[in-house]
Design a protein around this ligand. Sequence first.
Ligand SMILES: C[C@H](O)[C@H](O)[C@H]1CNc2nc(N)[nH]c(=O)c2N1
Ligand SMILES: N[C@@H](Cc1ccccc1)C(=O)O
Ligand SMILES: [Fe+2]
Length: 288
Amino acid sequence: MVEELEPPAGAAADWTISQAWGRYSAAEHAMWDTLFARQSAMLPDRVVPEFMAGLDILRINRPGIPNFEELSDRLMRATGWQVVAVPGLVPDRVFFEHLANRRFVAGRFIRTPDQIDYLQEPDIFHDVFGHVPLLANPVFADYMQAYGQGGLRAADLGAIERLARLYWYTVEFGLIRRPEGLRLYGAGIVSSYGESVFALDDPSPHRLGFDLRRLMRTRYRIDDYQQSYFVIDSFEDLLRQTVETDFAPLYAQLAGQPDFATDAIADTDIIYTQGTQAYARARAPEVI
Ligand SMILES: C[C@H](O)[C@H](O)[C@H]1CNc2nc(N)[nH]c(=O)c2N1
Ligand SMILES: N[C@@H](Cc1ccccc1)C(=O)O
Ligand SMILES: [Fe+2]
């Protein structure tokens, strides 16, 4: 977590900075094009169609790193959201405050060739390609704003960690059930080539039905592919289950209950895939 309360030099009080779009080099634009071409070629039958529609509506499918002013202009017309640049991870309350006001905070740096397959801090490709297209979908746009409002409340209730798990297992690594099968919508998956394959095809991870209380007790990986993915029935259902539930009593109920490990199966789980966990067993564990 980012603990210092003062924004870095050059940043505004709300931690925003200029994107300085004119300063990107040809190599940085080329890196974006490489990442974009690879992901947009392999996602169509894996990601929800609403994601591909968002790429199109927001003109993110044009060459080069998107200009946040142009992107925000289109996004504002679609769902009232805008994209603002920040230097990197911002403090929790700052993050929630921006989301609660329909401002998505995005890094302005792009990964280097040696990081092309995985990096731990969100770069502009993860933030803009991964997160922004679904902000053009009205239901998901409502969910993200409600999440921000819920985050400010959770901060007052000392429950940020619970809510962070909800974000992690939906916004970042969520799967959704469609008539054709399971589909991707989590930004952390769709911005990663390897995990876009792993999350749907690999026999290793568990794929479990979305269960709010169970999910808020479940640890997650920050250093590698997830060992469990949660499947929602629809964005409408996700919105209904989170906006219409008062989390304060939930946080109180959960206080005394033990966490689930990243590879646990609960006896209440709806199981789409009981994974082998072979991938995770072959690698060193580091869990949150
Ligand atoms: C739960 C917590 O608020 C969450 O991890 C936030 C923290 N700060 C962030 N800061 C930025 N720029 N991007 C993010 O996704 C986050 N995530
Ligand atoms: N219902 C949650 C707020 C929330 C809404 C939507 C997503 C996440 C959290 C609360 O009472 O705090
Ligand atoms: Fe993210």
